[in-house]
Design a protein around this ligand. Structure first.
Ligand code: SF4
Length: 351
């Protein structure tokens, strides 16, 4: 038997696994409180860097996150794992984000740049934006430097910036992530978000203003929001609001997300929900290892997404994400008055 003192030092991968386990235990305990009605605490912090590269499902790009943490309190949130355990309860505003963004763009090593995603690990238009206005300032800087961008949000607050996005409409794409039009479900799974019908009203204003709008139905939750009627209602609302692009994805499970989803299944009284998830849809054994990321079984996933695709196409909308993956020239003048200029790359021309 080897004592702790005699044990060889763990390999890097074991150390990494230990770190993940420790983090997931803390996160699992603290972040199961996503459904709390308490207001978060706001704090400011400085960041050394704000533009970061990412690759998701073959899409390469850059992302900026003006905030850390998110008041929208989605129980299925994928961004919780790598952040602090107070993800839902303490929102950090990266108060120097606009200055850092400008300095990074000014010293960009290439003449070209890929589209920037705003944001990947928080909602840039969560209520903190009304207090700090960092997203608006970052968007102004992206426009100043001729950078195409796409925004992912679940918020109505973006309406404040309608004119700002409208004047850049050929080079931006706005996506609302809408998972349900059923208020009973929304209050359980994402209690900090506005009701879907109010978001669709905002989307319509952007679509009427000529801004390219998309809806991402992500995640679709098995036995909760995957029924044909449920999906149809979202698709119909997208059509009525003038949405051009609709796409979706099935929920993926990680150990901390699974802990919250189990509570969601119970709160929504989904009969045999936990067993169905474990044995039929996701097919895993507990405990789920912290570094596992489990997708729904292929046949289930294909049938749900195929159904969604058919409904979207029936309405004449596009079942896809626009192909934004192309470098464009940075504004070499670095002068706000230079926009719109002759060198401007037109995003819509390669969608
Ligand atoms: S809005 Fe996005 S980042 Fe915020 S809690 Fe929901 S899923 Fe997470």
């Amino acid at each position: 038997m080897t004592s702790v003192a005699e044990a060889p030092p763990p390999s890097p991968s074991k150390r990494f696994q230990f770190l993940i386990i420790a983090t997931s235990i803390i996160n699992g305990i603290v972040m199961n409180t996503w459904h709390s009605k308490d207001s978060p605490v706001f704090e400011t912090k400085n960041s050394k860097s704000i533009v970061h590269p990412f690759i998701v499902k073959g899409h390469r790009g850059l992302t900026i996150n003006p905030y850390q943490g998110c008041q929208h309190r989605c129980g299925y949130c994928y961004a919780t794992y790598e952040w602090s355990p107070e993800f839902y309860d303490k929102i950090y505003a990266k108060s120097n984000a606009p200055e850092v963004l400008e300095s990074q763009l000014k010293s960009w090593k290439s003449d070209t740049i890929e589209p920037v995603m705003v944001s990947s690990a928080t909602d840039a238009y969560q209520p903190a934006e009304l207090k700090y206005g960092l997203t608006r300032k970052c968007i102004e800087i992206l426009q100043k430097y001729n950078v195409p961008y796409y925004v992912f949000t679940k918020s109505k607050i973006i309406e404040r910036d309608l004119q700002l996005h409208q004047k850049y409409k050929d080079d931006c794409f706005l996506v609302w992530s809408i998972t349900t039009t059923d208020e009973k479900i929304r209050r359980v799974i994402e209690p900090g978000t506005p009701p879907a019908h109010s978001m669709f009203k905002v989307i319509k204003k952007f679509a009427d203003a000529g801004v390219c709008c998309g809806v991402s139905i992500d995640p679709i939750l098995p036995f909760i929001s995957d029924s044909p009627d449920h999906v149809q209602e979202i698709v119909d609302s997208c059509y009525d609001a003038g949405v051009a692009y609709v796409f979706g994805a099935l929920l993926r499970l990680r150990s901390d997300i699974w802990e919250r989803v189990k509570i969601i299944l119970e709160l929504l009284h989904i009969e045999n929900g936990i067993d169905q998830y474990k044995n039929v849809i996701y097919q895993f054994k507990e405990p789920l290892k912290p570094w596992f990321n489990v997708g729904a079984n292929k046949s289930y996933e294909t049938s749900v997404l195929q159904r969604l695709k058919e409904k979207v196409l029936e309405k004449g909308m596009i079942f896809d994400f626009p192909d934004l993956i192309r470098n464009v020239r940075l504004n070499s003048n670095k002068n706000p008055s230079a926009y719109p200029g002759g060198e401007q790359a037109i995003l819509l021309s390669y969608m």
